[in-house]
Design a protein around this ligand. Structure first.
Ligand code: BG6
Length: 481
């Protein structure tokens, strides 16, 4: 029997972004303040700042009407540059552009009686521009932000009321953009809600470790229900459109072949895949019920939740892929690499930010995800954050080309293995504000943006060497890497 040798003809090549990392225009045209816009810039690039939020810091942020300490308020001013930026994406040959809608642009307080027309009109203009170049939109409904008012009023996703508010928002956007958007995603990297505020919008004050974990999984339960309800709505409103879930997939390797280490790695993987298990298969897996029971985590669920989850699985499974991690069972041994502090995988190199680079891990991940779900997969983020140098109007980012090339080679291998892969949206096709540290100097783009960490610069867009390389990758549908 034959097996596929190359990327399918309709493969969706493109790039991915998020509203709070690119748009700017944080306080105009009726937009409300978001949870992302009260997160201060990290003081040290190795120390992420996205979850350092409490009641005090929110008060301080509200009083501070500048963008200096809160770079996600200014992004790269995509709000006013979207035409130029999409033209550049089109020049590279993009087939798809992933972006998110800022909920607070549509409902400034999260639960307003009527939507904000100016916010809806902005995304109409973005869609017009994409249609001009036949670029498919891929829209994330919630990418690491929610209207701050919902945090202040009801502690974000900890409240069931947030499900109702979200349902209202998704209904409005599905109806408004019906027939114009084929691919949607519910929550970006939903699993990272186990890290706290940036995903859940929950302020956690004076909680014990168990209470904290309970609060996070409770908020995430509400998101899982909201995700299923959004899938249901989309299928009713726009039957041709497809809904995907989105996971920050981090495969865990055992530190050794000791069975205890292998089991420890398996548990880490289960905890990571739990979210996609619920969203793609429609029920909480048994291993997680056991985990909750043994860790004193009691979740409040309503009777209809089980049915809602069971009846509305997603159509496709998407994930981000940046790294793999390593775990050991040995007590007190801290070998989680990358995002966490501690040990490293000795076989891998790492980025300037200490993120370990593992292209083969992408092939492993794709095979495992395909085996587990048998639903089309979509890599909606992958890329290299690096310190680029602009020299005489050029950026020679051969390290980025090398990184992407190695990952795309492994994608091709996975396709040959039989994995059904819909597309690849590389993260940050244009330099943007970093999620975890709010730096500008952690650059991912094919397009350089002239702005520094303090927000100084002309915002001029400059094509890097990787721009021309990716153009050729798309033009040859991945044949020429
Ligand atoms: C993913 C997020 O976790 O990684 C993006 O979905 C983020 O929002 C990306 O930007 C890279 O992370 P960072 O911290 O380098 O911007």
């Amino acid at each position: 029997k034959q097996f596929p040798q190359q990327f399918p003809d309709n493969f969706l090549w493109g790039g991915a972004t998020a509203a709070n990392q690119i748009e700017g225009a944080w306080n105009i045209d009726g937009k409300g303040l978001t949870t992302a816009e009260v997160v201060r810039k990290a003081e040290d690039r190795k120390k992420m700042s996205m979850n350092l939020v409490d009641e005090e810091s929110i008060k301080e942020a509200i009083q501070d009407q500048t963008t200096t300490n809160y770079p996600k308020r200014r992004g790269i001013d995509f709000y006013h540059h979207y035409q130029e930026d999409i033209r550049l994406f089109a020049e590279m040959g993009f087939k798809v552009f992933r972006f998110s809608i800022a909920w607070a642009r549509i409902f400034p307080n999260g639960d307003d009686a009527d939507p904000n027309e100016k916010g809806l009109a902005f995304y109409d203009r973005v869609l017009d521009e994409l249609e001009k170049y036949q670029i498919e939109p891929l829209i994330t409904l919630s990418h690491y932000e929610l209207p701050l008012a919902l945090t202040q009023k009801q502690n974000g996703w900890l409240s069931r009321k947030t499900i109702t508010a979200f349902e209202k928002y998704t209904r409005v956007v599905f109806e408004r953009y019906r027939g114009r958007v084929r691919y949607w995603l519910t929550f970006n990297e939903i699993n990272t809600g186990t890290w706290g505020f940036h995903e859940t919008g929950v302020v956690e004050t004076n909680l014990s470790a168990v209470e904290k974990e309970t609060v996070r999984y409770q908020a995430l339960h509400h998101q899982l229900v909201a995700s299923a309800l959004a899938t249901k709505q989309l299928h009713e409103i726009d039957p041709k459109a497809k809904m995907g879930c989105m996971l920050a997939r981090m495969q865990t390797y055992p530190a050794s072949c000791r069975p205890e280490d292998v089991r420890a790695a398996q548990l880490e993987d289960q905890k990571n895949l739990f979210f996609t298990d619920v969203q793609a298969r429609g029920e909480y897996p048994e291993f997680m019920n056991r985990y909750f029971a043994e860790h004193g985590i009691e979740l409040q669920m309503e009777q209809q939740d089980e049915t809602v989850l069971a009846e509305n699985p997603v159509d496709f499974v998407s994930f981000s892929y940046y790294m793999t991690t390593v775990t050991s069972a040995q007590q007190g041994e801290e070998v989680n690499g990358n995002m966490a502090t501690g040990g490293r995988n000795p076989y891998l190199e790492e980025s300037d930010w200490g993120w370990q680079i593992d292209p083969v891990g992408l092939r492993i991940t794709l095979n495992e995800m395909w085996d587990r779900y048998r639903k089309p997969l979509f890599i909606v983020e992958n890329g290299l954050g690096a310190l680029d140098q602009l020299e005489a109007g050029k950026v020679h980012d051969d390290y980025r080309i090398d990184y992407l090339r190695k990952h795309i080679i492994q994608m091709k291998e996975a396709i040959k293995d039989g994995v059904e892969l819909m597309g690849y949206t590389m993260w940050g096709p244009i330099d943007l504000i970093s999620f975890s540290t709010s730096e500008m100097s952690k650059r991912y783009g094919f397009i350089y943006v002239d702005q520094d960490d303090d927000g100084k610069g002309t915002l001029k867009r400059i094509k890097k060497d990787s721009f021309y390389w990716f153009k050729q990758v798309i033009a040859t549908n991945g044949a020429q890497l």
